[in-house]
Design a protein around this ligand. Structure first.
Ligand code: PLP
Length: 232
């Protein structure tokens, strides 16, 4: 049986050690627990250990989970790719969306964000691996998309997100994450005030934190190996 409590402690210890090694405070990195494919009971167990932010990729799977856990004060992040037919539910049910790569999707999310809710916090997903990755906006298109998203009233642009190609090459991963950090610095140099680099997963959170990650998205190291992707 997966020991979620022990795993969470181990992941938080990894985050703290990586932050200190980079001359950063542990509090400067937030842990997003990626609960995709895992049942509401697993999320409840993690929440009982003090974990508040959870990430989901699959809308159909996430909506009943969010409803079932409405008694807890959790923060929900949609980290999967977003098509037009999913924007309404994400705008109505989630606190964050990490994988914005088209202006059209951003505009829909903004229009569909219910009045009375705070703006949906968003990150732009950047393709930092060139041809090796399929999703995300190309680095050279980031400034234009950021300017378009930043003015949408229903959204609050917070930063950038990336998923590099799978690799064991730490130096390569660090170059990918450094590119994301440099892109964020460029936007801030143009007058934006973005504070979020969503980067790093179970196998490479140390490399991401060394390059400035402020949110790491961790699934396997907390909940165990996923048996399948998609709806459970
Ligand atoms: C599944 C997923 C994660 C978590 O990956 P692990 O390797 O299980 O930590 C992080 N980010 C995104 C976008 C994911 O889809």
């Amino acid at each position: 049986m997966t020991n979620i409590s022990a795993n969470l402690q181990a992941v938080n210890a990894r985050i703290s050690a990586a932050a200190r090694a980079a001359g950063r405070t542990p509090e400067s990195v937030r842990l997003l627990a990626v609960s995709k494919t895992w049942p509401a009971a697993a999320v409840r167990e993690a929440a009982a250990c003090g974990q508040r932010a959870f990430g989901e990729n699959y809308l159909q799977e996430s909506l009943p989970k969010i409803a079932e856990l409405a008694d807890l004060d959790l923060e929900w992040h949609f980290i999967g790719p977003l098509q037009s037919n999913k924007t309404r539910a994400v705008a109505e049910r989630f606190d964050w969306a990490h994988a914005i790569c088209r202006e059209k999707i951003a505009t829909r999310l903004s229009d569909q964000r219910p009045a009375g809710m705070p703006p949906l916090r968003v990150c732009l997903q950047v393709n930092v691996s060139g041809e090796a990755a399929k999703s995300g906006v190309a680095p050279e298109q980031v400034p234009a998309l950021a300017r378009a998203v930043a003015v949408l009233p229903g959204l609050e642009l917070r930063g950038l997100m990336a998923i590099p190609e799978a690799s064991d090459d730490t130096a390569l991963l660090r170059r990918r994450y450094a590119l994301l950090r440099e892109l964020l610095a460029r936007l801030n140099g143009e007058g934006m005030a973005l504070d979020t680099l969503s980067m790093g997963m179970s196998h490479d959170l140390e490399a991401a934190i060394a390059e400035g990650a402020t949110i790491v998205r961790i699934g396997t190291a907390i909940f165990g190996t996923r048996l399948k992707e998609g709806a459970p």
